[in-house]
Write a protein that binds this ligand. Structure first.
Ligand code: PLP
Length: 446
């Protein structure tokens, strides 16, 4: 069977120019184990991007497999309005002990974008039901990424994904976000007090009154190229949101679940958002599931006699799916019992060390930045001026192809190469991916 050919006969792949597949056909995976994928020809790939940032504890993890199999014997799915099941209840009870203090109510959706949509509608309806009819806008940062459905895409600010659809999108208030590598305030990471936050202050002065919520990716603007900013920025954001009665929606879909070294990005700033969205790592990357987690205050604004018409009339068919919930419960068990974060933080030091040693002097590497096990390498044409490469050269894409040949799955964001491995990565895996990355860079940028 020619799987590659058949794939191209039927499948329209996500986020791809399908014409590129003429030259680089889809890699058809037969099985996965730990942080490695094996294709149908027996070739191995180190999945150092966690298969789109969701695989948390390795592929085909024995314990998660077991939990899903056990659930499968019990119940595969049930309507989640009026009905419930032990896996979802257990998940919320366990997760309530991990999330920032004050987040107590769990609204399930079935993917990251849909959790963002739910959070936006929830925030709008809260203000509406509290009698604040002025609040109807959302605010977010430049280069934010919150998903691809129209509401979530409206909040996103990456032109590559949203430009064409502008006529369809909500009119979202856009604030210039932090850009630590190219800081306009002449600061570096050590002496920064989030001077750039004045952009947010100015926008709140103009539009705070009409704003429902501010959406933000805590600490790492991932799709923007793993742009990392300091916790003080989040602290200030929490403060100003409270001051203007604007909800803070923390999009922890990418950075939650230990990616930054703490359970959630918000934990670095010790803040509680009004709504926190989690997905990706939630089920260990096994199944689509997401939750918009919120406060008692928001929940109570919807809690009235039926005929007042204040319920949150929002649903998805697969809300709270039992198989996904069972996986998610087991993920929390593993994180705790196997002390995953503690080990990941130790390994993160080694990772940072070898990445620094290998790349810091490189002619075409402008910045190395990292938090937790996330590490990014920004390629530039000129280190002094930080001038990027001409994007039509597709340097990142060429490096991606070279790394693939050598058995490492990198998938850069433009010219930002990054590692965002499962938390179970070990020293020999780190050695391998760094070495291959170096070879691929040198091959392309001779
Ligand atoms: C992936 C992602 C989303 C969207 O989640 P999907 O499950 O792909 O819809 C939203 N926000 C962030 C920060 C993400 O990384």
């Amino acid at each position: 069977m020619d799987w590659e050919k058949k794939d191209l006969q039927y499948i329209w792949h996500p986020c791809s120019q399908m014409k590129d597949y003429e030259e680089l056909p889809p890699i058809v995976i037969d099985h996965g184990k730990g942080m490695y994928l094996y294709d149908i020809h027996g070739k191995r790939y180190a999945d150092v991007i966690s298969s789109w940032w969701c695989n948390l504890l390795g592929h085909c993890n024995e314990r998660i497999n077991g939990a899903v199999k056990a659930q499968l014997q019990q119940l595969e799915h049930v309507i989640f309005a009026n009905f419930s099941h032990p896996a979802a209840i257990t998940l919320c009870e366990k997760l309530s002990k991990k999330v920032p203090k004050g987040l107590t109510r769990f609204f399930f959706t079935d993917n990251g974008s849909s959790a963002i949509e739910a959070a936006m509608k929830m925030s709008f309806q809260y203000h509406y039901q509290m009698g604040d009819l002025k609040k109807s806008k959302f605010m977010a940062l430049t280069e934010a990424y919150h998903g691809e459905t129209l509401g979530a895409l409206s909040a996103s600010g990456v032109d590559l994904y949203s430009q064409i659809y502008k006529p369809l999108l909500l009119d979202c208030l856009r604030v210039e976000g932090p850009d630590c590598y190219r800081c306009k305030y002449g600061k570096c990471r050590d002496n920064c007090n989030a001077e750039c936050f004045q952009q947010v202050e100015a926008e709140f002065q103009k539009h705070g009154e009409e704003t429902c919520a501010f959406l933000v990716e805590p600490l790492v603007q991932a799709a923007a190229g793993m742009k990392i900013y300091p916790p003080v920025y989040l602290k200030k954001l929490r403060q100003i949101c409270s001051q203007y009665q604007v909800h803070l929606i923390a999009d922890e879909i990418a950075v939650g679940y230990g990616r930054t070294g703490k359970m959630f990005g918000c934990d670095h700033a010790a803040i509680t958002p009004d709504i926190m969205c989690v997905s990706k790592g939630l089920t260990g990357g096994y199944m689509p599931m997401a939750i918009a987690i919120t406060t008692e205050e928001i929940y109570q604004a919807f809690y009235h006699d039926y005929n007042e018409g204040k319920a949150f009339m929002h649903s998805h068919t697969y809300c709270g799916n039992p198989l996904a919930a069972a996986a998610a419960v087991e993920v929390l068990n593993i994180l705790e019992e196997e002390r995953i974060l503690e080990k990941a933080n130790k390994n993160a030091l080694y990772f940072r060390k070898i990445i620094t040693e290998t790349f810091q002097e490189h002619t075409y590497i402008g910045e190395l930045r990292g938090i937790g096990l996330i590490n990014a390498i920004e390629l530039v044409e000129n280190r002094e001026t930080k001038k990027p490469f001409d994007s039509s050269k597709r340097i990142g894409y060429q490096i991606y192809k070279e790394a693939l040949k050598r058995g490492v799955l990198l998938r850069p964001l433009g010219d930002v190469l990054y590692f965002n491995p499962p938390l179970i990565i070990e020293e020999q895996d780190m050695d391998l991916v760094v070495q291959v990355c170096q070879q691929a860079i040198n091959q392309v940028l001779k």
